[in-house]
Design a protein around this ligand. Structure first.
Ligand code: HEC
Length: 130
């Protein structure tokens, strides 16, 4: 009886360990995304990330493109952009490449302020959202 129980519990503990463990790359990248306040504007519903509106601190929108563009959900951003583009775009070194309904050719609203290492991880992760 107790043998059956531990047989059933083992995969559960393994799963929890994998989800919570520091070696989980996507959890780390999710953290970079949230810590970088990307969630102020973007959701990634495919990764269970909701947009968190509100909180007026750190209001650093650059008003350099005049027109209002809605920040998109990034669940499928990798279909339209590769990691190299996302890196450059988040550093404000590249203008937006239009695709579908997203017609803007402006630079990104905010510049990524974290380390280059985090930017590379974040961009690769986003590029894998297909
Ligand atoms: C102040 C609001 C705001 C914040 C904060 C913000 N973004 Fe954006 N982002 C936008 C808007 C608006 C667009 C649409 C730009 C366009 O179409 O030109 C966009 C577009 C993007 C795109 C391209 C999406 C596409 O489909 O073309 C990516 C990738 C992106 N943001 C990633 C991020 C990441 C990563 C962060 C956190 C480091 C972040 N954004 C923070 C407003 C924001």
């Amino acid at each position: 009886m107790s043998q059956i129980k531990s047989f059933l519990l083992l995969p559960l503990f393994l799963g929890l360990f994998l989800l919570g463990g520091p070696s989980n790359v996507s959890a780390q990248q999710k953290e970079i995304f949230v810590d970088s306040k990307c969630t102020k504007c973007h959701s990634i519903t495919a990764a269970g990330i909701e947009k968190k509106k509100g909180g007026s601190e750190d209001e650093d929108e650059d008003a350099d493109d005049g027109e209002k563009t809605e920040p998109p959900d990034l669940s499928h951003v990798g279909k339209d952009h590769d990691a190299a583009f996302i890196e450059a775009f988040l550093k404000k070194k590249a203008n937006h490449v239009p695709h579908g309904d997203a017609k803007s050719t402006a630079k990104h609203k905010v510049k990524f302020k974290g380390s280059d290492e985090d930017l590379v991880k974040l961009s690769a992760w986003l590029a894998a959202m297909k």
